[in-house]
Design a protein around this ligand. Structure first.
Ligand SMILES: [Fe+2]
Ligand SMILES: [Fe+2]
Length: 328
């Protein structure tokens, strides 16, 4: 056999006989692998998601208009979703991660529910927001992070004496749906009765700590320039499928470029700067949100001191043995 001509890749020219054969296959719910092999077995990840930046000044007017058009009660979750142009069929912001911006006025609340999807919320602005997770009620201020891990009962609201609150939701809904493993349930009570959650003999696959206050996270970030939100019991990620972190970029500083499997959604918590993602340059400022698809080379730089909040699907990648990293 002549090795030099063996590429291991499909290279079949259509003939009338083959075309008829393909049509017959289709009628039997069959198919020819060689027609799709190059696409479904790429040399390296070929995400459908594209690097995307959503400017806050473009999102904000839509977020503010939502409460005028639809009540929190009717919408159940009044959220403006960030949809990657390449991932519309999954309502994903990148890869199998979903994100959206939720707005709530004083006195409004969502009814209690739970789902298989893991969720987090990063507060963008406002006073008086709260979340109740498995009966534990937590007050939330700007840049606090709160988890509503897979399977926990949760409801959210804003105190009557508060201000309009806005936060970013991050979930793995597309991952759950692509695995056909999603469930959704409504709590017997509209809102949960707050109580004390027992954490004795904690054996859940997610962090027993649900709230990560900004002040503490920022103080730790100042020392290390990177702050991983962690499960305090294990030192591992906060949830089985989603990880989150803060990155501090000092004025004029730029990171080295790298790429890895797994998708990430960023929010600019403070400051301004730029990112190069997959060869494209994006300028960002506070509250802007951007998506880094799997395997896209990326680096960040700051024009003034900046803090980037991000969440990712790396825990899922690592758990499945799929994490791979390379220089950009
Ligand atoms: Fe939820
Ligand atoms: Fe990265």
């Amino acid at each position: 056999m002549k090795r030099e001509n063996v590429t291991g890749r499909a290279n079949v020219e259509d003939t009338p006989e083959l075309e008829a054969y393909y049509r017959e296959l289709e009628g039997e719910a069959l198919g020819a692998l060689w027609n799709v092999a190059n696409e479904i077995e790429p040399w390296y990840p070929q995400p459908k998601s594209v690097p995307t930046l959503w400017k806050w000044r473009r999102i904000e007017p839509f977020v503010r208009r939502a409460p005028e058009l639809v009540s929190a009660e009717k919408a159940a979750r009044r959220v403006v979703m960030l949809v990657n142009p390449g991932r519309k069929e999954w309502s994903a912001a990148a890869g199998l991660l979903y994100t959206g911006v939720q707005v709530m006025n004083p006195g409004e609340f969502t009814s209690a529910h739970r789902h298989q999807a893991s969720a987090l919320r990063f507060i963008m602005e406002g006073r008086g927001a709260y979340t109740t997770v498995d009966g534990e009620r937590m007050s939330l201020g700007a840049r606090d992070l709160v988890l509503t891990p897979n399977g926990t009962w949760h409801d959210h609201g804003v105190e009557a004496g508060g201000t309009q609150c806005v936060w970013q939701d991050g979930l793995d809904i597309p991952l759950m749906n692509s695995l056909d493993a999603n469930f959704y349930e409504v709590h017997p009570q509209v809102v949960q009765t707050p109580g004390k959650l027992s954490r004795e003999n904690w054996s859940k696959p997610y962090s027993p700590q649900f709230k990560y206050a900004w002040d503490e996270a920022y103080a730790a970030l100042k020392k290390d320039a990177i702050y991983e939100y962690r499960n305090p019991l294990t030192g591992g990620p906060i949830m089985p499928t989603i990880g989150a972190q803060l990155e501090l970029l000092r004025k004029g500083e730029a990171t080295g470029a790298h790429r890895h499997t797994g998708s990430a959604i960023y929010q600019v918590a403070q400051g301004s700067g730029w990112s190069e993602i997959g060869g494209e340059r994006f300028e960002w400022e506070e509250k802007d949100i951007f998506a880094i698809p799997s395997w896209a080379p990326h680096r960040h730089g700051a024009s003034e001191e900046a803090v980037l909040f991000s969440f990712n699907d790396l825990p899922a990648m690592r758990a499945l043995g799929l994490y791979r990293e390379a220089p950009g």
